[in-house]
Design a protein around this ligand. Structure first.
Ligand SMILES: [Zn+2]
Ligand SMILES: [Zn+2]
Length: 279
């Protein structure tokens, strides 16, 4: 499996000099598993993915929607394949009607020119907490976490490798165990680390976590790598680097998700796992 980040930012896109290194696009992560393409969320980052796919002749993808907040779906209308009648998108989400309605609403006037119709073949599938589905040889398991309006994390396993995508999740005593269970033994845990511990004190109930909380889960779940994700729109590259430094004291194999970062599972992760053991 190959993991590529196209959007790593939370809440709203935040382009500019202060985010140039890690990127300002909202959530979008592509996972290529042999011939199958999985895309976690359709934030503004999916626009660039669409451009990359145009040259590859891809005709099908699986879109794993964590939830229907705007920062996770708003890029779909600038994803060229969504307008291609020969392209198929299998969408997995917790509430089929809610997700399809939200995507439809984005295309309606006055939000968008009403003549722009999404002509790709969209097939919606519901996954509830603990349920799983097999796509080719890849197993996807959903886990409900804590976020206003609810959210799903996805555990994506192909052969011996596992990526866990867990964005938009507020850490709580009950929830911590839940995320540890879903992340157990994963090669890569992608974890909502929007806040610093100081910021978190004033944002309880907003639905996000801290790097400290992610590091605790990473340790308890015995994951290979921790990728901090859903960076706050105000977080500068410099501040993010400081956060990574602090997080590495708690879980050595921590990095921050960055637009354009690619991780090849079975190559990069195993090398890093050995390095981590040697630390
Ligand atoms: Zn979000
Ligand atoms: Zn959200």
């Amino acid at each position: 499996m190959k993991l590529t980040y196209y959007g790593v930012r939370g809440s709203i896109a935040s382009p500019g000099n202060h985010t140039a290194k890690y990127g300002g696009n909202t959530s979008c992560v592509a996972i290529q598993a042999d011939d199958d393409l999985f895309v976690c969320d359709a934030g503004t980052g999916i626009r660039k993915l669409g451009k990359d796919l145009l040259n590859q002749g891809t005709k099908h993808m699986v879109l794993l929607l964590s939830h229907a907040h705007a920062d996770h779906i708003e890029g779909i209308r600038f994803f060229p394949q969504a307008y291609n009648p020969h392209f198929t998108i299998d969408v997995f989400c917790q509430h089929q009607q809610e997700c399809s309605d939200a995507i439809k609403k984005l295309q309606e006037a006055p939000l968008f020119p009403s003549s722009a119709k999404l002509n790709a073949k969209f097939h919606y599938h519901e996954l509830k907490d603990g349920e799983s589905a097999l796509v080719g040889e890849t197993r996807i398991t959903a886990a409900r976490l804590e976020h206003p309006g609810s959210v799903l994390a996805y555990r994506i396993t192909r052969n011996k490798h596992t990526i866990v995508y867990a964005t938009d999740n507020e850490d709580s005593a009950r929830n911590k165990e839940r995320l540890v269970d879903v992340a157990r033994g994963a090669d890569v845990l992608i974890c909502d680390a929007q806040y610093t511990p100081e910021e978190f004190k004033n944002r309880i109930g907003w639905g996000h976590s801290t790097y400290e909380q992610c590091a605790t889960v990473a340790n308890n779940a015995g994951v290979g790598q921790l990728h901090l994700f859903h960076h706050d729109p105000e977080r500068s590259d410099e501040a993010l680097e400081a956060i990574v430094g602090s997080a590495q004291h708690l879980f050595a194999n921590t990095n921050a998700a960055r637009e354009g970062l690619e991780v090849h599972l079975g190559r990069d992760t195993e090398v890093r796992r050995r390095e981590a053991v040697n630390v």
